[in-house]
Write a protein that binds this ligand. Structure first.
Ligand code: ADP
Length: 266
């Protein structure tokens, strides 16, 4: 059709679009605002690693390519920057799917203790590098069966543990525990003795792109989406997520899960 040139026509078109799609015009406006803000945040997140990679490529082109040692170092750093970009894009993809409700849960019964152990194994190297020990608060001999989307709960545990390593103090400890709650629920706690979070940030911590330390030295990796993803996944399960934290003492993130109903012997 013809290209819209004036605001009046544009508004009329938006209203018609909204009516056809049966969406309230206010909702549409909110969505538009939301989309703008999201895009702004996304380009901001991508800029930093992109500029880093660009910097290394330019340095190589400007002569560093001649030096065999320097060449390798810069190429490795550029590769790391690209890896970081891929990591951010994967998180963006996930949060988008979670936010538009496109990601369906695949509920199954599994042993939460085993899953925690798997995540520990996967993160052991990363933790050792930062001199953080990962510990289970007690000896679990019995499996604890829960009903949830295993892959997504693995993502939740990974994000929380990665954060506890990233924001932990050297020679610190991250403890994970599982406890029975009333009414077929368990609570999983991830507790660190790291830098902690000031109270005024706690309510906004789970918003996408929200960071306590906005300026300057951003911790390696991270998309600012980790906790937003965690919250979405837990809420999609109709479960709850909590945070408690004290600056310079540490943080505790905890979430609930539904226990698999034991079939009673007759
Ligand atoms: P990212 O780590 O990529 O910045 P997240 O959504 O995972 O994004 O976390 C948001 C912010 O919450 C972090 O930037 C950090 O300031 C704070 N944070 C998260 N976990 C912890 C923790 N265990 N200890 C201290 N601060 C934390």
């Amino acid at each position: 059709g013809p290209i819209t040139t004036d605001m009046k026509t544009l508004t009329a078109e938006i209203e018609k679009f909204a009516k056809d799609k049966k969406i309230e015009i206010d909702t549409l406006k909110i969505r538009e605002e939301y989309r703008k803000e999201f895009l702004g945040n996304v380009s901001h997140e991508l800029k930093t690693p992109l500029f880093t990679v660009q910097g290394y490529i330019h340095t190589l082109l400007d002569g560093a390519l001649q030096d065999k040692k320097v060449r390798k170092k810069y190429l490795q750093r550029a590769a790391k920057g690209v890896e970081r970009l891929i990591y951010i894009i994967k998180d963006l993809d996930l949060i988008t799917k979670l936010e538009i409700g496109e990601l369906h849960l695949e509920i199954e019964e599994f042993d939460i203790i085993e899953l925690i152990q798997n995540v520990f194994d996967l993160l052991e190297m990363k933790a050792a590098k930062m001199r953080i020990s990962l510990v289970f608060d007690m000896e679990y001999t019995e499996p604890i069966l829960v009903r949830a989307d295993k892959e997504k709960i693995q993502q939740v545990l990974t994000n929380l543990l990665v954060n506890s390593i990233k924001y932990g103090h050297e020679d610190g400890t991250t403890e994970v525990s599982v406890e029975n709650l009333i009414k077929n629920k368990v609570i999983v706690r991830v507790t660190d003795n790291g830098e902690g979070i000031a109270e005024q940030h706690l309510t906004r911590l789970f918003e996408r792109f929200y960071r306590v330390d906005k300026s300057g030295s951003r911790r390696e990796g991270g998309s600012g989406l980790g906790l937003a993803i965690v919250k979405h996944i837990i809420e999609a399960h109709n479960e709850k997520i909590y945070v408690e934290s004290v600056v310079d003492v540490g943080s505790e993130f905890s979430f609930t899960l539904e226990k698999a109903v034991e079939t009673e012997a007759t």
